[in-house]
Design a protein around this ligand. Structure first.
Ligand code: WTA
Length: 599
Protein backbone atom coordinates (compact mmCIF):
# COMPACT_ATOMS: atom_id res chain seq x y z
CA UNK A 1 0.00 0.00 0.00
CA UNK A 2 2.97 2.34 0.30
CA UNK A 3 2.93 4.96 -2.44
CA UNK A 4 5.78 5.79 -4.69
CA UNK A 5 5.38 9.27 -3.27
CA UNK A 6 5.81 10.83 -6.67
CA UNK A 7 2.18 11.43 -7.45
CA UNK A 8 1.50 13.82 -4.68
CA UNK A 9 4.97 15.21 -4.44
CA UNK A 10 4.10 16.97 -7.71
CA UNK A 11 1.33 18.82 -5.95
CA UNK A 12 2.02 22.55 -6.12
CA UNK A 13 3.71 24.16 -3.18
CA UNK A 14 1.39 27.07 -3.68
CA UNK A 15 -1.93 26.62 -5.37
CA UNK A 16 -1.18 29.70 -7.41
CA UNK A 17 1.59 27.89 -9.20
CA UNK A 18 0.51 25.82 -12.14
CA UNK A 19 0.49 22.11 -11.57
CA UNK A 20 2.50 20.27 -14.17
CA UNK A 21 -0.04 18.84 -16.57
CA UNK A 22 0.33 15.31 -17.77
CA UNK A 23 1.03 14.74 -21.43
CA UNK A 24 -1.53 12.94 -23.57
CA UNK A 25 0.59 9.84 -23.37
CA UNK A 26 0.56 9.98 -19.61
CA UNK A 27 -3.20 10.34 -19.55
CA UNK A 28 -3.51 7.29 -21.70
CA UNK A 29 -1.29 5.43 -19.37
CA UNK A 30 -3.31 6.70 -16.44
CA UNK A 31 -6.54 5.57 -18.01
CA UNK A 32 -5.12 2.14 -18.48
CA UNK A 33 -4.40 1.95 -14.77
CA UNK A 34 -6.24 -0.96 -13.31
CA UNK A 35 -9.46 0.32 -11.79
CA UNK A 36 -9.71 -0.20 -8.03
CA UNK A 37 -12.62 -2.49 -8.87
CA UNK A 38 -11.31 -4.52 -11.78
CA UNK A 39 -14.17 -7.02 -12.02
CA UNK A 40 -17.63 -5.94 -10.91
CA UNK A 41 -19.30 -9.33 -11.26
CA UNK A 42 -16.69 -11.11 -9.24
CA UNK A 43 -16.71 -8.47 -6.53
CA UNK A 44 -20.49 -8.52 -6.30
CA UNK A 45 -20.56 -12.30 -5.92
CA UNK A 46 -17.89 -12.65 -3.31
CA UNK A 47 -18.49 -9.41 -1.41
CA UNK A 48 -18.26 -9.32 2.37
CA UNK A 49 -18.40 -6.23 4.57
CA UNK A 50 -16.04 -8.01 6.92
CA UNK A 51 -13.28 -7.73 4.32
CA UNK A 52 -13.83 -3.97 4.06
CA UNK A 53 -13.67 -3.72 7.83
CA UNK A 54 -10.30 -5.45 7.77
CA UNK A 55 -8.98 -3.35 4.88
CA UNK A 56 -9.94 -0.15 6.67
CA UNK A 57 -8.56 -1.43 9.96
CA UNK A 58 -11.85 -0.80 11.68
CA UNK A 59 -11.60 -1.87 15.28
CA UNK A 60 -14.23 -0.25 17.51
CA UNK A 61 -14.45 1.88 19.52
CA UNK A 62 -13.42 4.29 16.83
CA UNK A 63 -14.20 7.75 15.56
CA UNK A 64 -14.79 8.28 11.86
CA UNK A 65 -13.22 11.74 11.94
CA UNK A 66 -9.94 10.49 13.32
CA UNK A 67 -9.90 7.68 10.75
CA UNK A 68 -10.41 10.26 8.01
CA UNK A 69 -7.87 12.78 9.26
CA UNK A 70 -5.68 11.89 12.25
CA UNK A 71 -4.74 8.50 10.89
CA UNK A 72 -3.14 10.16 7.87
CA UNK A 73 -1.63 12.97 9.93
CA UNK A 74 0.42 10.44 11.83
CA UNK A 75 1.46 8.50 8.73
CA UNK A 76 3.62 9.29 5.73
CA UNK A 77 0.65 11.33 4.45
CA UNK A 78 1.27 13.91 7.20
CA UNK A 79 2.36 16.60 4.74
CA UNK A 80 0.14 15.54 1.89
CA UNK A 81 -2.39 18.21 0.92
CA UNK A 82 -5.83 17.20 2.15
CA UNK A 83 -7.64 20.34 1.03
CA UNK A 84 -6.99 22.89 -1.69
CA UNK A 85 -9.35 25.76 -1.08
CA UNK A 86 -10.25 28.48 -3.54
CA UNK A 87 -12.40 31.37 -2.38
CA UNK A 88 -15.12 33.14 -4.28
CA UNK A 89 -12.79 36.12 -4.76
CA UNK A 90 -9.94 33.99 -6.06
CA UNK A 91 -8.07 33.78 -2.71
CA UNK A 92 -6.69 30.38 -1.88
CA UNK A 93 -5.00 28.26 0.73
CA UNK A 94 -4.34 24.64 1.48
CA UNK A 95 -4.32 22.30 4.42
CA UNK A 96 -2.21 19.22 4.86
CA UNK A 97 -3.61 16.30 6.82
CA UNK A 98 -1.43 17.41 9.71
CA UNK A 99 -2.88 20.93 9.62
CA UNK A 100 -6.38 19.59 9.29
CA UNK A 101 -5.83 17.48 12.38
CA UNK A 102 -4.61 20.44 14.43
CA UNK A 103 -7.32 22.82 13.29
CA UNK A 104 -10.11 20.34 13.95
CA UNK A 105 -8.62 19.51 17.35
CA UNK A 106 -8.73 23.16 18.33
CA UNK A 107 -12.33 23.42 17.21
CA UNK A 108 -13.10 20.28 19.22
CA UNK A 109 -11.56 21.93 22.29
CA UNK A 110 -13.39 25.18 21.66
CA UNK A 111 -16.69 23.28 21.65
CA UNK A 112 -15.77 21.38 24.81
CA UNK A 113 -14.95 24.71 26.48
CA UNK A 114 -18.38 25.96 25.51
CA UNK A 115 -19.99 22.97 27.19
CA UNK A 116 -20.71 20.78 24.17
CA UNK A 117 -20.76 17.10 25.03
CA UNK A 118 -21.01 13.78 23.24
CA UNK A 119 -24.37 13.43 21.49
CA UNK A 120 -25.11 17.20 21.43
CA UNK A 121 -26.09 18.62 18.06
CA UNK A 122 -23.82 21.29 16.62
CA UNK A 123 -25.03 22.80 13.38
CA UNK A 124 -22.87 24.50 10.81
CA UNK A 125 -24.13 27.31 8.63
CA UNK A 126 -21.17 28.52 6.63
CA UNK A 127 -20.18 29.29 3.08
CA UNK A 128 -17.80 26.71 1.57
CA UNK A 129 -14.79 28.05 3.46
CA UNK A 130 -12.13 25.92 5.18
CA UNK A 131 -13.82 26.46 8.58
CA UNK A 132 -16.80 24.51 7.30
CA UNK A 133 -14.61 21.45 6.77
CA UNK A 134 -12.53 21.79 9.92
CA UNK A 135 -15.67 22.41 12.00
CA UNK A 136 -17.51 19.32 10.80
CA UNK A 137 -14.45 17.24 11.64
CA UNK A 138 -13.94 18.94 15.00
CA UNK A 139 -17.57 18.32 15.95
CA UNK A 140 -17.34 14.64 15.09
CA UNK A 141 -14.08 14.27 17.01
CA UNK A 142 -15.70 15.14 20.33
CA UNK A 143 -18.60 12.78 19.61
CA UNK A 144 -21.11 15.55 18.91
CA UNK A 145 -23.47 15.31 15.97
CA UNK A 146 -22.74 17.62 13.04
CA UNK A 147 -25.55 19.27 11.09
CA UNK A 148 -24.30 20.98 7.94
CA UNK A 149 -26.73 23.49 6.42
CA UNK A 150 -26.62 25.01 2.95
CA UNK A 151 -25.54 28.67 3.00
CA UNK A 152 -28.47 29.72 0.79
CA UNK A 153 -30.97 28.81 3.51
CA UNK A 154 -33.17 31.57 4.83
CA UNK A 155 -34.43 32.05 8.40
CA UNK A 156 -37.39 29.72 7.97
CA UNK A 157 -35.30 26.78 6.75
CA UNK A 158 -32.80 27.40 9.56
CA UNK A 159 -35.47 27.59 12.24
CA UNK A 160 -37.06 24.29 11.16
CA UNK A 161 -33.75 22.43 11.33
CA UNK A 162 -32.36 23.96 14.50
CA UNK A 163 -35.63 23.59 16.35
CA UNK A 164 -36.25 20.02 15.31
CA UNK A 165 -32.73 18.85 16.12
CA UNK A 166 -32.52 20.82 19.37
CA UNK A 167 -29.12 22.11 18.30
CA UNK A 168 -27.13 23.55 21.21
CA UNK A 169 -24.51 25.40 19.20
CA UNK A 170 -24.40 26.89 15.73
CA UNK A 171 -21.26 27.83 13.84
CA UNK A 172 -21.92 30.56 11.29
CA UNK A 173 -20.32 33.48 9.49
CA UNK A 174 -20.59 37.25 9.82
CA UNK A 175 -22.21 37.35 6.39
CA UNK A 176 -24.98 34.94 7.48
CA UNK A 177 -25.55 35.62 11.17
CA UNK A 178 -28.37 38.10 10.64
CA UNK A 179 -30.57 35.24 9.37
CA UNK A 180 -30.14 33.49 12.70
CA UNK A 181 -30.90 36.63 14.68
CA UNK A 182 -34.31 36.67 13.05
CA UNK A 183 -35.28 33.29 14.49
CA UNK A 184 -33.12 32.90 17.58
CA UNK A 185 -36.04 33.81 19.88
CA UNK A 186 -37.84 30.73 18.67
CA UNK A 187 -34.91 28.43 19.49
CA UNK A 188 -34.87 27.80 23.23
CA UNK A 189 -32.13 25.15 23.04
CA UNK A 190 -29.66 27.19 21.01
CA UNK A 191 -27.10 28.39 23.58
CA UNK A 192 -24.20 29.69 21.54
CA UNK A 193 -23.67 31.04 18.08
CA UNK A 194 -20.03 30.95 17.05
CA UNK A 195 -19.29 33.56 14.41
CA UNK A 196 -16.49 33.11 11.89
CA UNK A 197 -14.99 36.36 10.68
CA UNK A 198 -16.07 38.48 13.65
CA UNK A 199 -12.51 39.05 14.80
CA UNK A 200 -10.39 39.83 11.82
CA UNK A 201 -7.20 41.80 11.56
CA UNK A 202 -9.39 44.85 10.97
CA UNK A 203 -10.91 44.74 14.45
CA UNK A 204 -13.83 43.19 16.24
CA UNK A 205 -17.40 43.17 15.21
CA UNK A 206 -19.86 43.78 18.04
CA UNK A 207 -21.46 40.51 19.06
CA UNK A 208 -24.84 39.83 20.55
CA UNK A 209 -25.42 38.02 23.83
CA UNK A 210 -24.74 34.34 23.23
CA UNK A 211 -22.48 34.98 20.25
CA UNK A 212 -18.78 34.26 20.43
CA UNK A 213 -15.96 34.88 18.01
CA UNK A 214 -14.71 31.75 16.28
CA UNK A 215 -11.19 33.10 15.83
CA UNK A 216 -10.83 34.18 19.45
CA UNK A 217 -12.16 30.94 20.86
CA UNK A 218 -10.03 28.83 18.56
CA UNK A 219 -6.97 30.83 19.47
CA UNK A 220 -7.55 30.04 23.13
CA UNK A 221 -7.95 26.34 22.45
CA UNK A 222 -5.26 23.72 22.54
CA UNK A 223 -4.20 21.56 19.62
CA UNK A 224 -4.08 18.50 21.82
CA UNK A 225 -7.41 16.74 21.87
CA UNK A 226 -8.43 13.39 23.16
CA UNK A 227 -10.71 12.19 20.42
CA UNK A 228 -13.90 10.63 21.72
CA UNK A 229 -14.10 6.88 21.16
CA UNK A 230 -17.42 6.10 19.57
CA UNK A 231 -19.62 3.11 19.26
CA UNK A 232 -20.19 2.35 15.59
CA UNK A 233 -23.88 3.01 16.03
CA UNK A 234 -23.45 6.47 17.58
CA UNK A 235 -24.78 9.37 15.47
CA UNK A 236 -22.26 11.22 13.32
CA UNK A 237 -24.26 13.71 11.30
CA UNK A 238 -27.81 14.78 10.53
CA UNK A 239 -28.92 16.13 7.19
CA UNK A 240 -32.41 17.37 6.60
CA UNK A 241 -34.15 16.29 3.44
CA UNK A 242 -37.57 16.79 1.95
CA UNK A 243 -40.51 14.49 1.52
CA UNK A 244 -43.91 15.17 0.00
CA UNK A 245 -45.58 16.26 3.19
CA UNK A 246 -44.52 17.86 6.41
CA UNK A 247 -41.38 19.68 7.38
CA UNK A 248 -37.94 18.40 6.31
CA UNK A 249 -36.87 15.11 7.88
CA UNK A 250 -33.66 14.86 9.89
CA UNK A 251 -31.84 11.86 8.45
CA UNK A 252 -29.48 10.44 11.09
CA UNK A 253 -26.22 8.76 10.07
CA UNK A 254 -23.73 6.99 12.31
CA UNK A 255 -19.99 6.33 12.56
CA UNK A 256 -20.53 2.87 11.08
CA UNK A 257 -21.22 4.60 7.74
CA UNK A 258 -17.46 4.82 7.24
CA UNK A 259 -17.38 1.33 5.75
CA UNK A 260 -19.67 2.45 2.93
CA UNK A 261 -17.92 5.83 2.55
CA UNK A 262 -14.54 4.22 2.26
CA UNK A 263 -15.31 1.43 -0.14
CA UNK A 264 -17.66 3.34 -2.46
CA UNK A 265 -15.06 6.09 -2.78
CA UNK A 266 -12.51 3.47 -3.72
CA UNK A 267 -14.59 1.45 -6.12
CA UNK A 268 -16.99 3.97 -7.61
CA UNK A 269 -14.99 7.21 -7.53
CA UNK A 270 -11.91 5.06 -8.24
CA UNK A 271 -9.79 7.33 -6.01
CA UNK A 272 -6.08 6.64 -6.07
CA UNK A 273 -3.19 8.01 -4.07
CA UNK A 274 -2.10 10.59 -6.62
CA UNK A 275 -5.55 11.87 -7.53
CA UNK A 276 -6.67 15.47 -7.14
CA UNK A 277 -10.37 15.12 -6.60
CA UNK A 278 -13.10 17.73 -6.89
CA UNK A 279 -16.63 17.24 -5.64
CA UNK A 280 -18.69 20.25 -6.65
CA UNK A 281 -21.49 19.66 -4.12
CA UNK A 282 -21.96 21.75 -0.99
CA UNK A 283 -21.79 19.84 2.32
CA UNK A 284 -25.30 21.12 3.00
CA UNK A 285 -26.31 18.29 0.65
CA UNK A 286 -25.43 14.70 1.24
CA UNK A 287 -23.05 14.43 -1.72
CA UNK A 288 -20.97 17.28 -0.33
CA UNK A 289 -20.73 15.66 3.10
CA UNK A 290 -20.14 12.06 2.15
CA UNK A 291 -18.07 12.57 -1.01
CA UNK A 292 -16.75 16.06 -0.23
CA UNK A 293 -15.54 15.22 3.30
CA UNK A 294 -15.69 11.66 4.63
CA UNK A 295 -15.17 9.25 1.72
CA UNK A 296 -12.20 10.88 0.00
CA UNK A 297 -10.39 11.61 3.28
CA UNK A 298 -10.94 8.08 4.57
CA UNK A 299 -8.97 7.20 1.44
CA UNK A 300 -6.29 9.80 2.16
CA UNK A 301 -7.11 11.71 -1.01
CA UNK A 302 -6.35 15.38 -1.89
CA UNK A 303 -9.54 17.35 -2.48
CA UNK A 304 -10.29 20.68 -4.10
CA UNK A 305 -13.12 22.88 -2.95
CA UNK A 306 -14.39 26.08 -4.49
CA UNK A 307 -16.42 28.56 -2.49
CA UNK A 308 -17.95 30.36 -5.46
CA UNK A 309 -21.02 29.68 -7.48
CA UNK A 310 -21.27 27.99 -10.84
CA UNK A 311 -19.40 29.73 -13.60
CA UNK A 312 -18.32 27.80 -16.67
CA UNK A 313 -14.99 29.56 -17.19
CA UNK A 314 -14.08 29.48 -13.53
CA UNK A 315 -14.94 25.81 -13.23
CA UNK A 316 -12.80 24.84 -16.20
CA UNK A 317 -9.99 26.96 -14.87
CA UNK A 318 -10.14 25.13 -11.53
CA UNK A 319 -9.73 21.81 -13.31
CA UNK A 320 -6.77 23.22 -15.22
CA UNK A 321 -5.02 25.03 -12.37
CA UNK A 322 -5.33 22.33 -9.75
CA UNK A 323 -4.90 19.47 -12.18
CA UNK A 324 -8.15 17.84 -11.13
CA UNK A 325 -8.10 14.17 -12.08
CA UNK A 326 -11.40 12.87 -10.67
CA UNK A 327 -14.49 15.04 -10.78
CA UNK A 328 -17.86 14.34 -9.16
CA UNK A 329 -20.59 16.71 -10.29
CA UNK A 330 -24.25 16.93 -11.30
CA UNK A 331 -26.26 16.85 -14.53
CA UNK A 332 -27.49 20.44 -14.23
CA UNK A 333 -23.91 21.70 -13.99
CA UNK A 334 -22.89 19.54 -16.93
CA UNK A 335 -25.83 20.81 -18.98
CA UNK A 336 -24.87 24.39 -18.12
CA UNK A 337 -21.29 23.72 -19.22
CA UNK A 338 -22.61 22.21 -22.41
CA UNK A 339 -24.70 25.32 -22.99
CA UNK A 340 -21.69 27.57 -22.43
CA UNK A 341 -20.46 26.14 -25.74
CA UNK A 342 -17.35 24.58 -27.23
CA UNK A 343 -15.39 27.83 -27.54
CA UNK A 344 -15.18 28.22 -23.77
CA UNK A 345 -13.98 24.70 -23.13
CA UNK A 346 -11.30 25.01 -25.80
CA UNK A 347 -9.61 27.79 -23.85
CA UNK A 348 -8.62 25.41 -21.05
CA UNK A 349 -6.33 22.48 -20.81
CA UNK A 350 -8.41 19.78 -19.17
CA UNK A 351 -6.12 16.89 -19.89
CA UNK A 352 -5.56 16.18 -16.22
CA UNK A 353 -9.08 14.74 -15.95
CA UNK A 354 -9.21 10.99 -16.01
CA UNK A 355 -12.58 10.17 -14.49
CA UNK A 356 -15.92 12.01 -14.32
CA UNK A 357 -19.02 11.09 -12.32
CA UNK A 358 -22.49 12.50 -11.93
CA UNK A 359 -25.28 12.27 -9.37
CA UNK A 360 -28.59 13.71 -8.30
CA UNK A 361 -30.82 13.62 -11.35
CA UNK A 362 -31.11 11.68 -14.58
CA UNK A 363 -27.98 12.03 -16.69
CA UNK A 364 -29.10 12.45 -20.29
CA UNK A 365 -27.32 10.36 -22.94
CA UNK A 366 -26.86 13.62 -24.84
CA UNK A 367 -24.67 14.94 -22.02
CA UNK A 368 -22.64 11.74 -22.03
CA UNK A 369 -22.04 12.15 -25.78
CA UNK A 370 -20.99 15.77 -25.26
CA UNK A 371 -18.63 14.66 -22.49
CA UNK A 372 -17.02 12.15 -24.81
CA UNK A 373 -16.41 14.93 -27.32
CA UNK A 374 -15.01 17.59 -25.05
CA UNK A 375 -13.23 15.56 -22.37
CA UNK A 376 -12.65 12.33 -24.24
CA UNK A 377 -14.14 10.61 -21.20
CA UNK A 378 -17.38 8.84 -20.47
CA UNK A 379 -19.35 10.43 -17.62
CA UNK A 380 -20.35 7.79 -15.08
CA UNK A 381 -23.77 8.13 -13.48
CA UNK A 382 -24.38 7.16 -9.85
CA UNK A 383 -27.62 6.89 -7.88
CA UNK A 384 -28.24 7.24 -4.17
CA UNK A 385 -30.11 9.29 -1.56
CA UNK A 386 -29.58 11.17 1.67
CA UNK A 387 -31.19 8.20 3.40
CA UNK A 388 -28.88 5.59 1.83
CA UNK A 389 -25.81 7.49 3.05
CA UNK A 390 -23.62 6.27 0.20
CA UNK A 391 -23.76 5.39 -3.50
CA UNK A 392 -26.07 2.42 -4.07
CA UNK A 393 -26.24 2.04 -7.84
CA UNK A 394 -23.40 3.04 -10.13
CA UNK A 395 -21.50 2.72 -13.34
CA UNK A 396 -18.05 1.36 -12.52
CA UNK A 397 -14.86 2.08 -14.42
CA UNK A 398 -14.53 -1.57 -15.40
CA UNK A 399 -18.10 -1.93 -16.66
CA UNK A 400 -19.44 -0.74 -20.04
CA UNK A 401 -21.77 2.27 -19.66
CA UNK A 402 -25.26 2.17 -21.12
CA UNK A 403 -26.00 5.86 -21.59
CA UNK A 404 -29.14 6.77 -19.66
CA UNK A 405 -28.78 3.97 -17.12
CA UNK A 406 -27.78 4.53 -13.49
CA UNK A 407 -25.75 1.32 -13.56
CA UNK A 408 -25.77 -1.67 -11.24
CA UNK A 409 -26.08 -2.13 -7.46
CA UNK A 410 -22.97 -1.67 -5.38
CA UNK A 411 -21.48 -4.93 -4.06
CA UNK A 412 -22.99 -5.78 -0.70
CA UNK A 413 -26.34 -4.21 -1.59
CA UNK A 414 -29.35 -5.75 -3.28
CA UNK A 415 -31.56 -3.52 -5.41
CA UNK A 416 -34.79 -4.64 -7.04
CA UNK A 417 -37.86 -3.41 -8.83
CA UNK A 418 -40.85 -4.47 -6.77
CA UNK A 419 -44.62 -4.15 -6.72
CA UNK A 420 -46.65 -2.81 -3.80
CA UNK A 421 -46.57 -6.21 -2.09
CA UNK A 422 -42.83 -6.63 -2.24
CA UNK A 423 -42.74 -9.08 -5.14
CA UNK A 424 -39.75 -8.68 -7.43
CA UNK A 425 -40.79 -7.72 -10.94
CA UNK A 426 -39.14 -9.22 -14.03
CA UNK A 427 -36.69 -7.25 -16.20
CA UNK A 428 -38.37 -4.56 -18.27
CA UNK A 429 -41.27 -3.93 -15.85
CA UNK A 430 -41.49 -0.58 -14.15
CA UNK A 431 -42.07 -0.50 -10.43
CA UNK A 432 -40.78 0.73 -7.11
CA UNK A 433 -37.03 0.92 -6.73
CA UNK A 434 -36.24 -0.87 -3.46
CA UNK A 435 -33.17 -1.99 -1.52
CA UNK A 436 -32.66 -4.85 0.93
CA UNK A 437 -32.06 -3.10 4.28
CA UNK A 438 -28.89 -3.59 6.26
CA UNK A 439 -25.94 -1.92 4.47
CA UNK A 440 -23.67 0.01 6.86
CA UNK A 441 -24.62 3.56 5.82
CA UNK A 442 -28.39 3.10 5.82
CA UNK A 443 -29.98 5.93 7.83
CA UNK A 444 -30.55 4.85 11.42
CA UNK A 445 -33.44 7.15 12.24
CA UNK A 446 -35.31 10.29 11.34
CA UNK A 447 -34.57 12.62 14.22
CA UNK A 448 -37.51 12.45 16.62
CA UNK A 449 -39.83 10.96 14.03
CA UNK A 450 -40.21 7.20 14.34
CA UNK A 451 -43.47 7.29 12.41
CA UNK A 452 -42.07 8.77 9.24
CA UNK A 453 -38.98 6.53 9.53
CA UNK A 454 -41.19 3.45 9.47
CA UNK A 455 -42.88 4.64 6.29
CA UNK A 456 -39.73 3.66 4.38
CA UNK A 457 -40.15 0.05 5.47
CA UNK A 458 -43.88 -0.57 5.03
CA UNK A 459 -43.30 -3.20 2.34
CA UNK A 460 -41.96 -6.18 4.31
CA UNK A 461 -38.32 -6.98 3.66
CA UNK A 462 -37.57 -3.79 1.71
CA UNK A 463 -36.42 -0.22 2.08
CA UNK A 464 -38.44 1.76 -0.48
CA UNK A 465 -36.75 4.68 -2.15
CA UNK A 466 -39.64 6.79 -3.42
CA UNK A 467 -38.28 6.41 -6.96
CA UNK A 468 -39.68 4.33 -9.79
CA UNK A 469 -37.36 2.55 -12.18
CA UNK A 470 -36.90 -0.57 -14.27
CA UNK A 471 -34.09 -3.05 -14.70
CA UNK A 472 -32.98 -4.51 -18.02
CA UNK A 473 -32.06 -8.14 -18.68
CA UNK A 474 -28.39 -7.54 -17.90
CA UNK A 475 -29.19 -6.00 -14.53
CA UNK A 476 -28.71 -2.30 -15.38
CA UNK A 477 -31.15 0.03 -13.60
CA UNK A 478 -32.98 2.84 -15.41
CA UNK A 479 -34.55 5.75 -13.58
CA UNK A 480 -38.17 6.62 -14.39
CA UNK A 481 -39.22 9.24 -11.86
CA UNK A 482 -40.27 10.00 -8.32
CA UNK A 483 -43.23 8.04 -6.99
CA UNK A 484 -44.17 11.05 -4.86
CA UNK A 485 -44.40 14.83 -5.34
CA UNK A 486 -40.81 15.57 -4.32
CA UNK A 487 -39.20 18.04 -6.72
CA UNK A 488 -35.62 17.63 -7.99
CA UNK A 489 -34.42 21.01 -9.17
CA UNK A 490 -30.82 21.39 -10.28
CA UNK A 491 -30.06 18.26 -8.27
CA UNK A 492 -31.60 19.69 -5.09
CA UNK A 493 -34.44 17.93 -3.38
CA UNK A 494 -37.33 20.23 -2.52
CA UNK A 495 -40.58 19.34 -0.79
CA UNK A 496 -43.62 21.11 -2.25
CA UNK A 497 -45.11 21.45 1.23
CA UNK A 498 -42.20 23.56 2.49
CA UNK A 499 -42.53 25.98 -0.40
CA UNK A 500 -46.32 26.12 -0.05
CA UNK A 501 -46.02 26.85 3.69
CA UNK A 502 -43.55 29.64 3.04
CA UNK A 503 -45.70 31.08 0.25
CA UNK A 504 -48.80 31.43 2.40
CA UNK A 505 -46.81 33.51 4.85
CA UNK A 506 -46.65 36.24 2.22
CA UNK A 507 -49.21 38.93 2.95
CA UNK A 508 -50.85 38.64 -0.49
CA UNK A 509 -51.05 34.84 -0.72
CA UNK A 510 -54.18 33.01 0.38
CA UNK A 511 -53.42 29.54 -1.01
CA UNK A 512 -50.59 27.92 -2.91
CA UNK A 513 -49.92 24.65 -4.71
CA UNK A 514 -46.41 23.77 -5.84
CA UNK A 515 -45.18 21.31 -8.46
CA UNK A 516 -42.00 20.41 -10.32
CA UNK A 517 -42.18 21.34 -13.99
CA UNK A 518 -39.80 19.63 -16.42
CA UNK A 519 -37.00 21.91 -17.56
CA UNK A 520 -34.29 21.11 -20.10
CA UNK A 521 -31.49 22.59 -18.01
CA UNK A 522 -32.45 22.12 -14.36
CA UNK A 523 -34.30 18.83 -14.65
CA UNK A 524 -37.27 20.45 -12.99
CA UNK A 525 -38.12 23.97 -11.94
CA UNK A 526 -40.50 24.90 -9.15
CA UNK A 527 -43.83 26.23 -10.31
CA UNK A 528 -46.31 27.76 -7.87
CA UNK A 529 -50.03 28.19 -8.40
CA UNK A 530 -51.29 30.97 -6.20
CA UNK A 531 -54.67 32.25 -5.07
CA UNK A 532 -54.42 35.83 -3.87
CA UNK A 533 -56.10 37.30 -0.83
CA UNK A 534 -58.91 39.79 -1.27
CA UNK A 535 -57.63 43.19 -2.22
CA UNK A 536 -54.58 41.94 -4.14
CA UNK A 537 -54.38 41.82 -7.90
CA UNK A 538 -52.02 39.73 -10.02
CA UNK A 539 -49.14 41.73 -11.42
CA UNK A 540 -45.57 41.28 -12.59
CA UNK A 541 -44.34 43.25 -9.59
CA UNK A 542 -46.22 41.07 -7.14
CA UNK A 543 -44.86 37.96 -8.85
CA UNK A 544 -41.30 39.21 -8.42
CA UNK A 545 -41.97 40.21 -4.85
CA UNK A 546 -43.24 36.74 -3.99
CA UNK A 547 -40.21 35.11 -5.63
CA UNK A 548 -37.86 37.31 -3.62
CA UNK A 549 -39.82 36.58 -0.47
CA UNK A 550 -39.22 32.85 -0.85
CA UNK A 551 -35.58 33.27 -1.84
CA UNK A 552 -34.87 35.16 1.35
CA UNK A 553 -37.15 33.42 3.71
CA UNK A 554 -36.72 29.80 2.68
CA UNK A 555 -33.79 29.38 0.34
CA UNK A 556 -32.40 30.60 -2.95
CA UNK A 557 -32.58 27.10 -4.41
CA UNK A 558 -36.24 26.63 -3.51
CA UNK A 559 -37.99 29.69 -4.95
CA UNK A 560 -40.60 29.26 -7.66
CA UNK A 561 -39.17 30.30 -11.00
CA UNK A 562 -42.71 30.32 -12.38
CA UNK A 563 -45.82 31.66 -10.73
CA UNK A 564 -49.35 31.39 -12.02
CA UNK A 565 -52.20 33.22 -10.32
CA UNK A 566 -55.50 31.32 -10.15
CA UNK A 567 -58.99 31.73 -8.73
CA UNK A 568 -58.89 28.42 -6.90
CA UNK A 569 -56.54 25.49 -6.26
CA UNK A 570 -57.91 21.98 -6.88
CA UNK A 571 -58.21 20.12 -3.59
CA UNK A 572 -59.52 16.82 -2.37
CA UNK A 573 -62.65 16.80 -0.24
CA UNK A 574 -60.42 16.40 2.79
CA UNK A 575 -58.63 19.61 1.82
CA UNK A 576 -55.35 18.27 0.38
CA UNK A 577 -53.91 20.14 -2.58
CA UNK A 578 -54.13 17.95 -5.69
CA UNK A 579 -50.63 18.55 -7.00
CA UNK A 580 -50.98 15.69 -9.44
CA UNK A 581 -53.90 17.42 -11.07
CA UNK A 582 -52.05 20.74 -11.21
CA UNK A 583 -49.17 18.95 -12.86
CA UNK A 584 -51.33 17.01 -15.32
CA UNK A 585 -53.05 20.23 -16.39
CA UNK A 586 -49.75 22.06 -16.67
CA UNK A 587 -48.28 19.34 -18.88
CA UNK A 588 -51.47 18.61 -20.83
CA UNK A 589 -51.63 15.04 -19.55
CA UNK A 590 -54.75 13.00 -18.70
CA UNK A 591 -56.27 14.21 -15.44
CA UNK A 592 -56.84 10.71 -14.03
CA UNK A 593 -59.24 9.85 -11.26
CA UNK A 594 -61.04 12.97 -10.07
CA UNK A 595 -63.52 11.27 -7.75
CA UNK A 596 -61.96 12.82 -4.64
CA UNK A 597 -61.89 16.34 -6.08
CA UNK A 598 -63.83 18.82 -3.98
CA UNK A 599 -66.78 20.42 -5.73
C1 WTA B 1 -32.66 11.53 -7.38
C2 WTA B 1 -28.74 12.87 -3.72
C3 WTA B 1 -31.82 10.00 -11.40
C4 WTA B 1 -33.64 10.42 -6.99
C5 WTA B 1 -27.51 11.97 -3.69
C6 WTA B 1 -33.32 10.19 -5.53
C7 WTA B 1 -31.33 10.54 -9.22
C8 WTA B 1 -33.03 11.59 -5.06
C9 WTA B 1 -30.00 10.09 -9.38
C10 WTA B 1 -32.17 11.66 -3.83
C11 WTA B 1 -29.61 9.59 -10.67
C12 WTA B 1 -30.26 10.75 -7.34
N1 WTA B 1 -30.55 9.56 -11.63
N2 WTA B 1 -32.22 10.49 -10.21
N3 WTA B 1 -28.39 9.17 -10.92
N4 WTA B 1 -29.37 10.24 -8.20
N5 WTA B 1 -31.44 10.95 -7.95
O1 WTA B 1 -31.41 12.72 -1.11
O2 WTA B 1 -34.97 10.88 -7.14
O3 WTA B 1 -30.67 14.78 -2.37
O4 WTA B 1 -34.36 9.59 -4.80
O5 WTA B 1 -29.54 12.57 -2.63
O6 WTA B 1 -32.35 12.19 -6.17
O7 WTA B 1 -31.83 12.99 -3.54
P1 WTA B 1 -30.87 13.33 -2.34
Amino acid sequence: MLPSGEGWAFAPSSVQSVRRLPTEKEIHKENRLTPNLPDYKKAYKGFQWEAVRTELGLVPPVNLASKAVDQHASSWRRNKVALYWEGAEGQNCKYTFYELKNESNRIGNMLLNLGVRRGDRVFVFLPRIPELYTSVIGIAKIGAVAGPMFSAFGPEALRDRLLDSGAKVLITHTSLRERIHRVWDELPELRHVIVVGASTSGGHMPLRKGEVSFEREVEKSSRGLEVEDMDLEDPLYILYTSGTTGKPKGVVHVHHDMLSHYITSRWVLDLKEEDVYWCTADPGWVTGTVYGIWGPWLNGCSQVTFEGRFDAEHWYSIIERYGVTVWYTAPTALRMLMKAGPEVVKKYNLKSLRYILSVGEPLNPEVIRWGMEVFGLCIHDTWWQTETGAIMIANYPSMPVRPGSMGKPFPGTEAAIIDGKGNKLPPGSSGILALKPGWPSMMRALWGDEKRYKEYFTIPGWYTTGDTAHMDKEGYFWFIGRADDVIMTAGHRVGPFEVESALVEHRAVAEAGVIGKPDPERGEIIKAFIVLRHGHKPSRELEEEIKEFIRHRLSAHAYPREIQFMDGIPKTRSGKIMRRLLKARELGLPEGDLSTLED
